[in-house]
Design a protein around this ligand. Structure first.
Ligand code: CUA
Length: 371
């Protein structure tokens, strides 16, 4: 027998909801997904504490309400020949209980939330705080170290235990800055500078992401926060402050540098201190359209995380014609990026003429020297 249309639609609706819910739940189970329940800093710790507090309050409410509901369903179920139940409409005691009890619980949640909000910035750290200007681009992150005078992209290095004062800026659309294990979301709004204050308890690499829809490649606007010991961080800063070599010694790298400043057209958007910029603060490079590449070879996270960048996978060898080529182009993310940036990440600002395999190999040979 065919089911009535309404019942069939209802059953499909239930099935669809169940599928959607299970796929959403499973989607959160990716092995490397950062979790707010795994805090690695005081700000994320306080936020996770608030989450657990609200969960406890909500659980008490849930158990109490469901308990009364189930008790009533069983205790007052219809029995044969049972008399009509006593009518209690307008019972003052009941009305007072279910007005006052939720108020108390909601007030507890309100107090916990306000306390946490005002407490989030009360964090102390070792050493002098690090001031970083964070700029959201479509679709990558620029990190300007105000006092150190260096600029990176998609990789934020910070010393462990030190307070980071991040000033969040955008010159295009609204983004949102979030590292689940270190701090909660803060919108990055054009013309309105928000701030985010945080620190990290443990060394390691933490995944950050943009969490406000900002265009076609919003999902590919990730970044890494590399938390280092104070000594490692100091060494990193010193290395980043160095200008790139004026002339690389390797002939392929030299050809790549010539492409960078010449027919490759790269320097219209990118900057390299010591090559087309005098310093990170060179007015010609403020602002740059694309990432500052001065120490590109030291980064492992590029293009908002859409590709892996590892020099070991991009070995430059001499081809049979004597010209340089990439040994295994399919394993080299940077090769794919330079070959077809719009194919890899459509809509991004990198619109370039098509480069030959030889030119790509020369550019990669050069970028690899920029450690
Ligand atoms: Cu930037 Cu989403």
């Amino acid at each position: 027998m065919r089911m009535p249309l309404f019942h069939r639609m209802k059953r499909r609706g239930v099935l669809f909801s169940a599928l959607l819910l299970s796929s959403l739940l499973l989607a959160a189970c990716g092995g490397n997904s950062p979790s707010i329940l795994n805090p690695s800093g005081p700000v994320a710790g306080k936020e996770a504490g608030l989450f657990w507090f609200i969960l406890v309050v909500a659980t008490i409410v849930f158990v109490a309400v469901e308990g009364v509901l189930i008790y009533s369903i069983v205790r007052f179920r219809e029995r044969p020949n049972a008399p009509a139940p006593r009518q209690i409409h307008g019972n003052n005691t009941v009305e007072l209980i279910w007005t006052i009890a939720p108020s108390i619980f909601l007030f507890a949640v309100l107090i916990g939330t306000i306390y946490t909000m005002f407490n989030l910035r009360q964090i102390s750290g070792t050493g002098r705080p690090v001031d970083v200007k964070v700029v959201g681009h479509q679709w990558w992150w620029e990190f300007d170290y105000v006092n150190e005078g260096i600029v990176t992209a998609d990789e934020l290095h910070i010393p462990v235990g030190t307070v980071i004062n991040a000033s969040l800026q955008s010159t295009n659309v609204i983004h949102s800055f979030w590292v689940p294990e270190l701090f909660g979301k803060t919108d990055v709004v054009p013309g309105h500078n928000n701030t985010s204050v945080f620190s990290a308890d443990k060394t390691g690499t933490y995944r950050g992401l943009c969490t406000e829809y900002c265009g076609l490649q919003h999902a590919h606007m990730n970044f890494n926060v590399v938390v280092q010991s104070q000594d490692d961080y100091n060494a990193w800063v010193t290395a980043q402050q160095q200008a790139a070599a004026a002339k690389p010694t390797d002939p392929n790298a030299l050809a790549g540098q010539n492409l960078f400043v010449g027919s490759g057209g790269c320097q219209g958007c990118h900057g390299i201190v010591g090559v087309n910029l005098r310093s990170y603060n060179d007015p010609r490079g403020n602002p740059l359209i694309g990432p500052n590449l001065t120490h590109f070879g030291s980064r492992r996270f590029i293009a908002g995380g859409v590709l892996a960048w590892d020099p070991a996978s991009c070995v430059v060898v001499a081809g049979s014609d004597g010209k340089p080529k990439i040994q295994n182009p399919s394993a080299c993310g940077l090769y794919q990026w330079l070959k077809d940036p719009q194919g890899v990440k459509s809509g991004n600002d990198m619109t370039i003429r098509s480069l030959s395999d030889t030119e790509i190999a020369q550019l990669i040979a050069y970028l690899e020297t920029l450690t």
